[in-house]
Design a binder for this molecule. Structure first.
Ligand SMILES: C[S@@+](CC[C@H](N)C(=O)[O-])C[C@H]1O[C@@H](n2cnc3c(N)ncnc32)[C@H](O)[C@@H]1O
Length: 339
């Protein structure tokens, strides 16, 4: 966030006032992403030009653009003319690490409703998502395709594929089973890099139903078997590498153990389990891991776990961690083998 320059210390009440409205900056960025404003900013544009491109009202758009300046993703080099900052460039949909869908997702009404009931989590230790929605997060998604489509696209655009490919050595592997693999972005990248590998993509039916275009685009669809189903049921035994990316972090210990048992039952002694997920570490440079921990708990009743906490779960299902790669900011890859 950029702050106006002044040498005067800011009184505590004004700082708290700013803190309590900081969430509005996130909402402003989310609205601009929904309107695809970052995509229209190849060059500096006036608020009237941007409003025309985005089918918005110029005066209505202006405070959102200025809030985005306060957040540091836009600049206003001359009055009412805006340009993307370096930070803001990741909001474009054509950016290699585009955050556009993630920004739209984070401020969706379902999350806002959840946050307005978050005191339930603090009082009871239970997730708050089901309080306004009457069902759990993943149950709700199965019935709300519009929300599910945005979630799945955000997962595709944010898959931690680079970390996996930079750490895990797939040479010698034959078949990767991606359990809870979403629309298959990570599996597609792994198969693209390793033409000798085959893959299986397991996820809920409404998710797998939309995986084909992602796999086709990567040119790997002919090497992937799609399995619509649940990881609480037996998972395919065809793999020698089992991938759980950003899955165990969504569940409490009891459900995590059920998933790990399903996977462990499918594994032979020489097979490997690879966990990709958020594991806070001393190297973290942003507040994101702490914020995500709160997010996951209020939403799903799940916690970010350290590698040692993963090992405690593994101890109960007959797995042991053999390698751990830690990337900033809390991104990790664990390799485990059966014991
Ligand atoms: C946070 S997303 C991660 C997706 C992908 N692995 C990635 O890293 O981008 C969690 C995934 O778990 C899937 N999931 C939730 N419940 C499931 C179940 N019972 N069986 C299979 N997949 C499930 C969701 O549909 C979603 O795709």
């Amino acid at each position: 966030m950029t702050t106006p320059k002044s040498s005067e210390p800011v009184p505590a009440a004004l700082r708290v006032r700013e803190l309590m409205t900081a969430g509005l900056l996130a909402h402003a960025i989310s609205v601009l992403c929904d309107l695809r404003v970052p995509d229209f900013l190849d060059d500096p544009r006036s608020h009237t030009e941007l409003a025309k491109d985005a089918a918005a009202d110029p005066e209505g758009l202006l405070p959102f653009l200025r809030a985005a300046c306060a957040a540091g993703v836009l600049d206003e080099p001359t009055p009412k003319v805006f340009e993307l900052t370096e930070l803001g460039r990741v909001l474009r949909t054509d950016s290699p690490n585009s955050m556009s869908k993630m920004c739209s997702l984070t401020c969706r009404e379902e999350f806002n409703r959840t946050w307005s009931h978050a005191i339930h989590t603090a009082r009871t230790g239970e997730p708050s998502f089901s309080v306004p929605h009457g069902k759990s997060f993943f149950e709700y998604m199965a019935d709300n395709r519009d929300f599910a489509a945005l979630f799945d696209k955000a997962m595709v655009s944010s898959a931690a594929t680079d970390n996996l490919l930079a750490s895990y050595d797939f040479s010698g592997a034959r078949h990767v089973v991606d359990v809870g693999g979403g629309r298959g972005a990570m599996l597609a990248a792994v198969l693209q890099r390793h033409p000798e590998l085959r893959g299986t993509l397991l996820d809920l039916p409404h998710v797998v139903a939309n995986a084909e275009p992602v796999l086709e685009k990567a040119g790997v669809a002919d090497r992937v078997t799609l399995v619509p189903g649940s990881f609480f049921d037996p998972v395919p035994e065809s793999g020698d590498v089992y991938l759980l990316s950003r899955v165990i972090g969504n569940w409490n210990d009891e459900d995590s153990l059920r998933i790990l048992r399903s996977v462990r039952s499918a594994m032979d002694t020489d097979d490997r389990l690879v966990i990709v997920g958020q594991m806070p570490s001393e190297n973290d440079r942003t507040h994101y891991p702490r914020q995500l921990d709160l997010y996951m708990f209020a939403l799903l009743g799940a916690r970010l776990r350290s590698p040692d906490e993963y090992q405690q779960l593994f101890d109960q299902v007959g797995l042991t961690v053999t390698d751990h790669w830690n990337f900033p900011d809390s991104e990790s890859v664990l390799r485990a083998r059966p014991v």
